[in-house]
Design a protein around this ligand. Structure first.
Ligand code: NAD
Length: 476
Protein backbone atom coordinates (compact mmCIF):
# COMPACT_ATOMS: atom_id res chain seq x y z
CA UNK A 1 0.00 0.00 0.00
CA UNK A 2 1.33 3.44 -0.91
CA UNK A 3 2.15 6.06 1.67
CA UNK A 4 1.26 9.54 0.39
CA UNK A 5 3.23 12.67 1.20
CA UNK A 6 2.43 16.20 2.18
CA UNK A 7 3.79 19.02 0.04
CA UNK A 8 5.67 21.81 1.78
CA UNK A 9 7.65 24.39 -0.14
CA UNK A 10 7.10 22.30 -3.25
CA UNK A 11 8.78 19.24 -1.72
CA UNK A 12 7.28 15.95 -0.53
CA UNK A 13 7.25 15.60 3.26
CA UNK A 14 6.64 12.30 5.04
CA UNK A 15 6.10 11.68 8.74
CA UNK A 16 7.21 8.89 11.08
CA UNK A 17 3.62 8.17 11.98
CA UNK A 18 0.89 7.42 9.45
CA UNK A 19 -2.72 6.22 9.40
CA UNK A 20 -4.74 4.24 6.88
CA UNK A 21 -7.44 5.72 4.66
CA UNK A 22 -10.40 3.49 3.78
CA UNK A 23 -12.81 3.11 0.87
CA UNK A 24 -16.28 3.63 2.39
CA UNK A 25 -17.92 1.42 -0.28
CA UNK A 26 -15.77 -1.65 0.43
CA UNK A 27 -14.01 -1.09 3.75
CA UNK A 28 -10.65 -1.68 2.02
CA UNK A 29 -7.57 0.27 3.08
CA UNK A 30 -6.46 2.41 0.12
CA UNK A 31 -3.31 4.16 1.27
CA UNK A 32 -1.40 5.58 4.18
CA UNK A 33 -1.48 9.24 5.20
CA UNK A 34 1.24 11.02 7.20
CA UNK A 35 0.39 12.37 10.64
CA UNK A 36 2.12 15.75 10.68
CA UNK A 37 4.03 16.60 13.84
CA UNK A 38 3.63 19.96 15.53
CA UNK A 39 7.05 20.92 14.16
CA UNK A 40 5.97 19.95 10.63
CA UNK A 41 2.92 22.20 10.96
CA UNK A 42 5.22 25.03 12.02
CA UNK A 43 7.54 24.28 9.09
CA UNK A 44 4.63 24.42 6.64
CA UNK A 45 3.50 27.77 8.04
CA UNK A 46 7.10 29.05 7.80
CA UNK A 47 7.31 27.94 4.16
CA UNK A 48 4.05 29.73 3.37
CA UNK A 49 5.31 32.83 5.20
CA UNK A 50 8.59 32.84 3.27
CA UNK A 51 6.82 32.48 -0.09
CA UNK A 52 4.12 35.08 0.54
CA UNK A 53 5.82 38.45 -0.16
CA UNK A 54 7.15 37.40 -3.57
CA UNK A 55 3.81 35.80 -4.46
CA UNK A 56 1.87 38.94 -3.50
CA UNK A 57 4.37 41.13 -5.35
CA UNK A 58 3.80 39.36 -8.67
CA UNK A 59 1.71 41.32 -11.11
CA UNK A 60 -1.94 40.30 -11.06
CA UNK A 61 -1.74 39.05 -14.62
CA UNK A 62 1.02 36.59 -13.71
CA UNK A 63 -0.88 35.17 -10.74
CA UNK A 64 -3.98 34.86 -12.92
CA UNK A 65 -2.05 33.07 -15.67
CA UNK A 66 -0.53 30.61 -13.19
CA UNK A 67 -3.97 29.89 -11.80
CA UNK A 68 -5.31 29.20 -15.28
CA UNK A 69 -2.43 26.71 -15.67
CA UNK A 70 -3.46 25.22 -12.36
CA UNK A 71 -6.99 24.68 -13.79
CA UNK A 72 -5.40 22.90 -16.75
CA UNK A 73 -3.41 20.63 -14.43
CA UNK A 74 -6.66 19.72 -12.66
CA UNK A 75 -8.35 19.01 -15.99
CA UNK A 76 -5.43 16.94 -17.32
CA UNK A 77 -5.38 14.84 -14.16
CA UNK A 78 -9.16 14.79 -13.87
CA UNK A 79 -9.66 11.05 -14.13
CA UNK A 80 -7.02 10.28 -11.52
CA UNK A 81 -8.40 12.89 -9.11
CA UNK A 82 -12.01 11.81 -9.70
CA UNK A 83 -10.87 8.26 -8.94
CA UNK A 84 -9.57 9.44 -5.58
CA UNK A 85 -12.85 11.18 -4.82
CA UNK A 86 -14.81 7.99 -5.52
CA UNK A 87 -12.33 5.71 -3.77
CA UNK A 88 -12.06 7.87 -0.69
CA UNK A 89 -15.30 9.80 -0.40
CA UNK A 90 -17.62 7.29 -2.10
CA UNK A 91 -19.63 9.38 -4.55
CA UNK A 92 -20.21 7.72 -7.94
CA UNK A 93 -17.54 8.39 -10.51
CA UNK A 94 -19.93 9.37 -13.29
CA UNK A 95 -23.44 8.59 -12.23
CA UNK A 96 -26.53 7.74 -14.23
CA UNK A 97 -26.34 8.82 -17.86
CA UNK A 98 -23.81 11.25 -19.27
CA UNK A 99 -23.05 13.59 -16.38
CA UNK A 100 -26.60 13.67 -15.12
CA UNK A 101 -25.59 12.92 -11.58
CA UNK A 102 -23.26 15.16 -9.62
CA UNK A 103 -20.58 12.58 -8.86
CA UNK A 104 -16.79 12.62 -8.69
CA UNK A 105 -16.22 13.83 -12.27
CA UNK A 106 -18.66 16.64 -11.54
CA UNK A 107 -16.62 17.48 -8.42
CA UNK A 108 -13.45 17.75 -10.53
CA UNK A 109 -15.28 19.84 -13.12
CA UNK A 110 -16.31 22.09 -10.21
CA UNK A 111 -12.66 22.34 -9.14
CA UNK A 112 -11.77 23.61 -12.61
CA UNK A 113 -14.65 26.11 -12.70
CA UNK A 114 -13.94 27.38 -9.17
CA UNK A 115 -10.31 27.88 -10.21
CA UNK A 116 -10.98 29.64 -13.51
CA UNK A 117 -13.61 32.04 -12.19
CA UNK A 118 -11.61 33.58 -9.31
CA UNK A 119 -8.59 33.60 -11.62
CA UNK A 120 -10.50 35.90 -13.92
CA UNK A 121 -11.84 38.25 -11.22
CA UNK A 122 -10.20 41.57 -10.34
CA UNK A 123 -9.98 43.61 -7.18
CA UNK A 124 -9.82 47.13 -8.55
CA UNK A 125 -8.91 50.11 -6.41
CA UNK A 126 -12.11 51.83 -5.29
CA UNK A 127 -12.27 55.62 -5.03
CA UNK A 128 -14.70 55.99 -2.14
CA UNK A 129 -14.49 59.77 -1.82
CA UNK A 130 -13.11 62.62 -3.87
CA UNK A 131 -13.47 66.42 -3.78
CA UNK A 132 -11.21 69.41 -4.40
CA UNK A 133 -9.22 68.77 -1.26
CA UNK A 134 -8.78 65.00 -1.08
CA UNK A 135 -9.01 61.63 -2.79
CA UNK A 136 -9.59 58.44 -0.78
CA UNK A 137 -8.87 55.06 -2.29
CA UNK A 138 -9.54 51.59 -0.91
CA UNK A 139 -6.90 49.05 -1.92
CA UNK A 140 -7.27 45.34 -1.27
CA UNK A 141 -4.29 43.67 0.43
CA UNK A 142 -3.76 39.98 1.14
CA UNK A 143 -3.83 38.92 4.78
CA UNK A 144 -0.61 36.89 4.49
CA UNK A 145 -0.74 33.20 5.43
CA UNK A 146 -4.14 31.48 5.52
CA UNK A 147 -4.93 28.22 7.31
CA UNK A 148 -7.55 26.12 5.52
CA UNK A 149 -9.30 23.23 7.25
CA UNK A 150 -11.59 21.08 5.16
CA UNK A 151 -14.29 18.41 5.68
CA UNK A 152 -14.87 15.03 3.98
CA UNK A 153 -18.04 15.46 1.93
CA UNK A 154 -16.74 17.36 -1.13
CA UNK A 155 -13.06 17.06 -0.24
CA UNK A 156 -11.43 18.45 -3.37
CA UNK A 157 -14.06 21.03 -4.26
CA UNK A 158 -14.07 22.57 -0.78
CA UNK A 159 -10.25 22.57 -0.74
CA UNK A 160 -10.34 24.51 -4.00
CA UNK A 161 -12.92 26.96 -2.58
CA UNK A 162 -10.52 27.67 0.26
CA UNK A 163 -7.27 27.73 -1.71
CA UNK A 164 -8.09 29.52 -4.95
CA UNK A 165 -9.49 32.93 -3.92
CA UNK A 166 -6.83 33.06 -1.20
CA UNK A 167 -3.91 32.70 -3.58
CA UNK A 168 -5.61 34.79 -6.27
CA UNK A 169 -5.52 37.68 -3.78
CA UNK A 170 -1.83 37.15 -2.95
CA UNK A 171 -2.05 35.03 0.20
CA UNK A 172 -0.27 31.74 0.67
CA UNK A 173 -2.00 28.72 2.20
CA UNK A 174 -1.48 25.74 4.47
CA UNK A 175 -4.37 23.32 4.10
CA UNK A 176 -5.32 20.34 6.22
CA UNK A 177 -7.79 17.94 4.62
CA UNK A 178 -10.20 15.86 6.67
CA UNK A 179 -8.59 12.74 8.11
CA UNK A 180 -11.33 10.75 6.31
CA UNK A 181 -10.44 12.00 2.82
CA UNK A 182 -6.81 13.15 2.86
CA UNK A 183 -5.19 11.40 -0.10
CA UNK A 184 -7.12 13.14 -2.87
CA UNK A 185 -6.23 16.54 -1.44
CA UNK A 186 -2.55 15.64 -0.93
CA UNK A 187 -2.47 14.50 -4.56
CA UNK A 188 -4.28 17.61 -5.79
CA UNK A 189 -1.83 19.89 -4.00
CA UNK A 190 1.16 17.86 -5.21
CA UNK A 191 -0.11 18.28 -8.78
CA UNK A 192 -0.83 22.02 -8.62
CA UNK A 193 2.63 22.53 -7.16
CA UNK A 194 3.91 21.55 -10.62
CA UNK A 195 2.87 25.01 -11.78
CA UNK A 196 2.72 27.15 -8.64
CA UNK A 197 5.89 28.56 -7.06
CA UNK A 198 7.05 26.53 -4.03
CA UNK A 199 5.46 27.48 -0.73
CA UNK A 200 2.30 29.06 -2.17
CA UNK A 201 0.10 26.04 -1.33
CA UNK A 202 1.28 23.59 1.34
CA UNK A 203 -0.40 20.69 3.13
CA UNK A 204 -0.35 19.09 6.54
CA UNK A 205 -2.40 16.04 7.46
CA UNK A 206 -3.80 14.27 10.48
CA UNK A 207 -6.84 14.52 12.73
CA UNK A 208 -8.30 17.34 14.83
CA UNK A 209 -5.13 17.83 16.86
CA UNK A 210 -3.20 18.78 13.70
CA UNK A 211 -6.04 21.11 12.71
CA UNK A 212 -5.84 22.73 16.13
CA UNK A 213 -2.06 23.24 15.84
CA UNK A 214 -2.60 24.85 12.46
CA UNK A 215 -5.56 27.07 13.29
CA UNK A 216 -4.21 28.34 16.62
CA UNK A 217 -0.67 29.07 15.44
CA UNK A 218 0.31 32.74 15.83
CA UNK A 219 1.83 32.59 12.34
CA UNK A 220 -1.63 32.37 10.75
CA UNK A 221 -3.37 35.55 9.53
CA UNK A 222 -6.82 34.16 8.74
CA UNK A 223 -8.58 30.79 9.06
CA UNK A 224 -10.90 29.34 6.41
CA UNK A 225 -12.90 26.54 8.00
CA UNK A 226 -15.61 24.26 6.66
CA UNK A 227 -16.93 21.60 8.97
CA UNK A 228 -19.07 21.07 12.03
CA UNK A 229 -20.40 23.79 14.31
CA UNK A 230 -18.64 22.22 17.29
CA UNK A 231 -15.21 22.55 15.66
CA UNK A 232 -16.18 25.95 14.21
CA UNK A 233 -16.70 27.27 17.73
CA UNK A 234 -13.19 26.12 18.75
CA UNK A 235 -11.71 27.78 15.67
CA UNK A 236 -13.60 31.01 16.37
CA UNK A 237 -12.34 31.03 19.98
CA UNK A 238 -8.74 30.60 18.85
CA UNK A 239 -9.15 33.23 16.13
CA UNK A 240 -10.55 35.57 18.78
CA UNK A 241 -7.54 35.01 21.03
CA UNK A 242 -5.15 35.68 18.13
CA UNK A 243 -7.29 38.61 16.90
CA UNK A 244 -7.50 37.22 13.39
CA UNK A 245 -10.57 36.81 11.21
CA UNK A 246 -12.14 33.50 10.26
CA UNK A 247 -14.57 32.36 7.59
CA UNK A 248 -16.74 29.65 9.08
CA UNK A 249 -18.88 27.48 6.80
CA UNK A 250 -20.62 25.22 9.31
CA UNK A 251 -23.48 22.79 9.15
CA UNK A 252 -26.99 23.55 8.07
CA UNK A 253 -30.51 22.26 8.53
CA UNK A 254 -32.03 23.77 5.42
CA UNK A 255 -35.80 23.94 5.21
CA UNK A 256 -37.52 23.55 1.85
CA UNK A 257 -41.05 24.96 1.79
CA UNK A 258 -43.57 24.05 -0.88
CA UNK A 259 -46.24 26.72 -1.25
CA UNK A 260 -49.83 25.56 -1.89
CA UNK A 261 -49.63 26.49 -5.59
CA UNK A 262 -46.54 24.34 -6.27
CA UNK A 263 -46.71 21.39 -8.65
CA UNK A 264 -45.24 18.38 -6.83
CA UNK A 265 -44.70 16.36 -10.01
CA UNK A 266 -42.88 19.14 -11.82
CA UNK A 267 -40.78 20.00 -8.79
CA UNK A 268 -40.01 16.51 -7.52
CA UNK A 269 -36.71 16.10 -9.40
CA UNK A 270 -35.34 19.44 -8.16
CA UNK A 271 -36.47 18.69 -4.61
CA UNK A 272 -35.01 15.20 -4.79
CA UNK A 273 -31.52 16.33 -5.80
CA UNK A 274 -31.76 19.27 -3.42
CA UNK A 275 -32.14 16.76 -0.61
CA UNK A 276 -30.05 13.83 -1.79
CA UNK A 277 -27.08 15.16 -3.76
CA UNK A 278 -23.97 13.29 -2.57
CA UNK A 279 -26.27 10.88 -0.69
CA UNK A 280 -27.42 13.81 1.43
CA UNK A 281 -23.92 14.60 2.65
CA UNK A 282 -23.88 18.22 1.59
CA UNK A 283 -23.95 21.21 3.88
CA UNK A 284 -26.69 22.96 1.90
CA UNK A 285 -28.94 19.98 1.25
CA UNK A 286 -32.66 20.36 1.91
CA UNK A 287 -32.82 18.58 5.27
CA UNK A 288 -36.50 19.07 6.17
CA UNK A 289 -39.31 19.50 3.69
CA UNK A 290 -42.46 21.44 4.67
CA UNK A 291 -45.52 20.64 2.56
CA UNK A 292 -49.13 21.90 2.84
CA UNK A 293 -51.78 19.31 3.56
CA UNK A 294 -53.29 19.66 0.04
CA UNK A 295 -50.01 18.58 -1.64
CA UNK A 296 -48.73 16.20 1.00
CA UNK A 297 -49.65 12.81 -0.44
CA UNK A 298 -48.73 13.69 -4.03
CA UNK A 299 -45.35 15.11 -2.95
CA UNK A 300 -44.52 12.07 -0.85
CA UNK A 301 -45.51 9.79 -3.73
CA UNK A 302 -43.43 11.67 -6.33
CA UNK A 303 -40.34 11.63 -4.10
CA UNK A 304 -40.86 7.97 -3.23
CA UNK A 305 -40.86 7.00 -6.91
CA UNK A 306 -37.62 8.88 -7.51
CA UNK A 307 -35.93 7.55 -4.38
CA UNK A 308 -36.78 3.97 -5.25
CA UNK A 309 -35.49 4.36 -8.82
CA UNK A 310 -32.02 5.63 -7.88
CA UNK A 311 -29.30 2.97 -7.99
CA UNK A 312 -26.96 2.99 -4.98
CA UNK A 313 -23.65 1.13 -4.84
CA UNK A 314 -19.90 1.18 -5.29
CA UNK A 315 -19.19 4.39 -7.18
CA UNK A 316 -16.82 2.63 -9.58
CA UNK A 317 -19.74 0.56 -10.94
CA UNK A 318 -21.42 2.04 -14.02
CA UNK A 319 -24.73 3.79 -13.58
CA UNK A 320 -24.74 4.45 -9.83
CA UNK A 321 -26.59 7.55 -8.63
CA UNK A 322 -25.77 7.25 -4.93
CA UNK A 323 -22.75 6.10 -2.96
CA UNK A 324 -22.22 5.11 0.65
CA UNK A 325 -22.13 7.32 3.71
CA UNK A 326 -18.52 8.33 4.03
CA UNK A 327 -17.64 7.11 7.52
CA UNK A 328 -18.87 5.08 10.45
CA UNK A 329 -19.46 8.07 12.72
CA UNK A 330 -21.85 9.60 10.17
CA UNK A 331 -23.45 6.23 9.36
CA UNK A 332 -24.19 5.62 13.05
CA UNK A 333 -25.66 9.10 13.35
CA UNK A 334 -28.04 8.46 10.43
CA UNK A 335 -29.10 5.05 11.82
CA UNK A 336 -29.68 6.62 15.22
CA UNK A 337 -31.76 9.51 13.87
CA UNK A 338 -33.97 7.18 11.80
CA UNK A 339 -34.51 4.91 14.81
CA UNK A 340 -35.44 7.95 16.91
CA UNK A 341 -37.87 9.04 14.16
CA UNK A 342 -39.58 5.64 14.34
CA UNK A 343 -39.78 5.90 18.12
CA UNK A 344 -41.22 9.43 17.88
CA UNK A 345 -44.09 8.32 15.66
CA UNK A 346 -42.59 8.77 12.19
CA UNK A 347 -43.66 6.55 9.29
CA UNK A 348 -40.96 5.18 6.99
CA UNK A 349 -42.22 5.65 3.43
CA UNK A 350 -39.19 4.05 1.86
CA UNK A 351 -35.78 2.90 3.13
CA UNK A 352 -35.21 3.06 6.86
CA UNK A 353 -33.27 -0.19 7.29
CA UNK A 354 -29.47 -0.44 7.28
CA UNK A 355 -28.29 -2.54 4.34
CA UNK A 356 -25.45 -4.39 6.05
CA UNK A 357 -21.82 -4.42 4.92
CA UNK A 358 -19.45 -4.19 3.29
CA UNK A 359 -19.46 -0.43 3.08
CA UNK A 360 -21.55 2.17 4.85
CA UNK A 361 -24.59 1.96 2.58
CA UNK A 362 -27.88 3.27 3.91
CA UNK A 363 -30.92 3.39 1.61
CA UNK A 364 -32.59 6.63 0.57
CA UNK A 365 -35.17 7.16 3.28
CA UNK A 366 -38.32 9.29 3.43
CA UNK A 367 -40.07 9.82 6.74
CA UNK A 368 -43.56 11.26 7.22
CA UNK A 369 -45.59 12.03 10.32
CA UNK A 370 -42.89 13.94 12.20
CA UNK A 371 -43.21 17.43 13.64
CA UNK A 372 -40.94 20.24 14.76
CA UNK A 373 -39.12 19.21 17.91
CA UNK A 374 -38.61 15.60 16.78
CA UNK A 375 -34.92 14.76 16.54
CA UNK A 376 -34.80 14.01 12.81
CA UNK A 377 -36.34 17.41 12.12
CA UNK A 378 -34.26 19.42 14.57
CA UNK A 379 -30.84 17.76 14.14
CA UNK A 380 -28.75 17.82 10.99
CA UNK A 381 -28.83 14.28 9.53
CA UNK A 382 -26.14 14.88 6.84
CA UNK A 383 -27.17 11.68 5.10
CA UNK A 384 -29.76 10.04 2.82
CA UNK A 385 -32.84 10.74 4.94
CA UNK A 386 -35.52 13.38 4.50
CA UNK A 387 -38.36 14.15 6.91
CA UNK A 388 -41.46 15.51 5.15
CA UNK A 389 -43.51 17.65 7.52
CA UNK A 390 -47.10 18.79 7.04
CA UNK A 391 -47.93 22.46 7.62
CA UNK A 392 -51.21 24.38 7.76
CA UNK A 393 -50.37 28.03 7.07
CA UNK A 394 -47.42 29.60 5.24
CA UNK A 395 -46.65 31.70 8.32
CA UNK A 396 -46.35 28.50 10.31
CA UNK A 397 -43.91 27.07 7.73
CA UNK A 398 -41.79 30.23 7.85
CA UNK A 399 -41.70 30.05 11.66
CA UNK A 400 -40.65 26.40 11.40
CA UNK A 401 -37.86 27.24 8.98
CA UNK A 402 -36.55 29.94 11.34
CA UNK A 403 -36.82 28.19 14.69
CA UNK A 404 -33.47 26.37 14.63
CA UNK A 405 -29.98 27.71 15.27
CA UNK A 406 -28.95 27.09 11.67
CA UNK A 407 -29.19 29.33 8.64
CA UNK A 408 -27.14 28.14 5.71
CA UNK A 409 -29.72 27.71 2.94
CA UNK A 410 -33.45 27.28 2.42
CA UNK A 411 -35.78 27.04 -0.54
CA UNK A 412 -39.29 28.05 -1.52
CA UNK A 413 -41.18 26.21 -4.26
CA UNK A 414 -44.06 27.90 -6.04
CA UNK A 415 -45.63 28.65 -9.42
CA UNK A 416 -45.56 32.34 -8.47
CA UNK A 417 -42.02 33.70 -8.15
CA UNK A 418 -43.14 36.95 -6.53
CA UNK A 419 -45.05 35.13 -3.86
CA UNK A 420 -42.04 32.87 -3.32
CA UNK A 421 -39.76 35.93 -3.00
CA UNK A 422 -42.02 37.38 -0.34
CA UNK A 423 -41.67 34.19 1.68
CA UNK A 424 -37.93 33.96 0.94
CA UNK A 425 -37.30 37.43 2.38
CA UNK A 426 -38.69 36.26 5.74
CA UNK A 427 -36.38 33.28 6.07
CA UNK A 428 -33.22 33.52 8.14
CA UNK A 429 -30.64 31.91 5.87
CA UNK A 430 -27.57 32.96 3.90
CA UNK A 431 -29.22 31.83 0.64
CA UNK A 432 -32.86 31.19 -0.17
CA UNK A 433 -33.32 29.42 -3.48
CA UNK A 434 -36.58 29.59 -5.40
CA UNK A 435 -37.67 26.46 -7.28
CA UNK A 436 -34.21 24.98 -6.82
CA UNK A 437 -32.08 24.04 -3.83
CA UNK A 438 -28.33 24.08 -3.25
CA UNK A 439 -27.58 25.50 -6.69
CA UNK A 440 -24.33 27.24 -5.86
CA UNK A 441 -22.33 29.11 -8.51
CA UNK A 442 -18.73 30.41 -8.54
CA UNK A 443 -19.93 34.00 -9.11
CA UNK A 444 -22.55 34.00 -6.35
CA UNK A 445 -21.61 34.56 -2.68
CA UNK A 446 -22.38 31.67 -0.36
CA UNK A 447 -22.30 31.53 3.42
CA UNK A 448 -24.42 30.99 6.49
CA UNK A 449 -26.00 32.94 9.32
CA UNK A 450 -26.72 31.99 12.95
CA UNK A 451 -25.22 28.59 13.88
CA UNK A 452 -24.19 27.99 10.26
CA UNK A 453 -21.27 30.35 10.61
CA UNK A 454 -20.17 33.66 9.12
CA UNK A 455 -18.31 35.07 6.17
CA UNK A 456 -18.90 34.27 2.52
CA UNK A 457 -17.08 32.42 -0.21
CA UNK A 458 -17.33 32.71 -4.03
CA UNK A 459 -17.57 35.60 -6.43
CA UNK A 460 -16.38 39.12 -5.79
CA UNK A 461 -17.52 39.03 -2.16
CA UNK A 462 -15.60 35.83 -1.54
CA UNK A 463 -12.47 37.32 -3.05
CA UNK A 464 -12.78 40.44 -0.90
CA UNK A 465 -13.12 38.19 2.13
CA UNK A 466 -9.54 36.97 1.77
CA UNK A 467 -8.21 40.52 1.71
CA UNK A 468 -8.13 43.41 4.11
CA UNK A 469 -8.93 46.92 2.97
CA UNK A 470 -6.20 49.55 3.07
CA UNK A 471 -7.17 53.17 2.65
CA UNK A 472 -4.77 55.50 0.85
CA UNK A 473 -5.91 59.03 1.59
CA UNK A 474 -4.34 61.77 -0.53
CA UNK A 475 -4.43 65.49 0.19
CA UNK A 476 -4.79 67.50 -2.98
P1 NAD B 1 -15.47 18.33 11.60
O1 NAD B 1 -15.67 19.65 12.24
O2 NAD B 1 -15.44 17.14 12.47
O3 NAD B 1 -14.10 18.31 10.80
C1 NAD B 1 -13.78 19.29 9.85
C2 NAD B 1 -12.28 19.49 9.87
O4 NAD B 1 -11.88 20.08 11.10
C3 NAD B 1 -11.46 18.21 9.73
O5 NAD B 1 -10.37 18.48 8.87
C4 NAD B 1 -11.00 17.95 11.14
O6 NAD B 1 -9.80 17.21 11.23
C5 NAD B 1 -10.78 19.35 11.65
N1 NAD B 1 -10.80 19.50 13.09
C6 NAD B 1 -11.41 18.72 14.02
N2 NAD B 1 -11.20 19.23 15.26
C7 NAD B 1 -10.46 20.35 15.11
C8 NAD B 1 -9.95 21.33 16.01
N3 NAD B 1 -10.16 21.26 17.33
N4 NAD B 1 -9.27 22.38 15.50
C9 NAD B 1 -9.08 22.49 14.16
N5 NAD B 1 -9.52 21.59 13.27
C10 NAD B 1 -10.21 20.53 13.73
O7 NAD B 1 -16.59 18.23 10.48
P2 NAD B 1 -16.82 17.05 9.42
O8 NAD B 1 -17.42 15.91 10.17
O9 NAD B 1 -15.61 16.80 8.62
O10 NAD B 1 -17.90 17.70 8.43
C11 NAD B 1 -19.27 17.56 8.61
C12 NAD B 1 -19.90 18.86 9.01
O11 NAD B 1 -19.43 19.93 8.18
C13 NAD B 1 -21.40 18.86 8.83
O12 NAD B 1 -21.98 19.44 9.98
C14 NAD B 1 -21.64 19.73 7.62
O13 NAD B 1 -22.88 20.35 7.57
C15 NAD B 1 -20.52 20.70 7.69
N6 NAD B 1 -20.18 21.20 6.35
C16 NAD B 1 -20.46 22.50 6.06
C17 NAD B 1 -20.21 23.00 4.80
C18 NAD B 1 -20.49 24.43 4.47
O14 NAD B 1 -20.03 24.93 3.48
N7 NAD B 1 -21.22 25.14 5.28
C19 NAD B 1 -19.67 22.18 3.83
C20 NAD B 1 -19.40 20.85 4.15
C21 NAD B 1 -19.66 20.38 5.42
Amino acid sequence: MNTYANTVNGQPVVSDKTFESFNPATGEAIGRVPISTHQQVKDAIAAARAAQPAWAARPDAERKALMMKMAEVIKNNGEELAGWVTREQGKPLGGVGPDQVPGARFEIWGCEAWTQVPASLDLPVEVVYEDDTRRDEVHRKPFGVLAAIAPWNWPLLIAIWQIVPSIRAGNTVVIKPSEYTSIGTLELVRLINEVLPPGVVNTVSGAGEVGAWLSTDPGIDKVMFTGSAATGRKIAEAAGRNLIPATLELGGNDAAIMLPDADPKAMAMGLFWGAFINTGQTCACAKRLYVPESLYDSTVQALKELAEAMPMGDGFKEGMAMGPIQNKMQYDKVVNLVESAKAQGGTIVTGGKPQGGPGYFYPLTLVTGLKDGDRLVDEEQFGPVLPIIKYHTVDEAIASANRLDAGLGASVWSADVNKAKEVASQIQAGTVWINQHGMIHPMVPFGGVKGSGYGVEFGQEGLKAVTRPQVISIRK
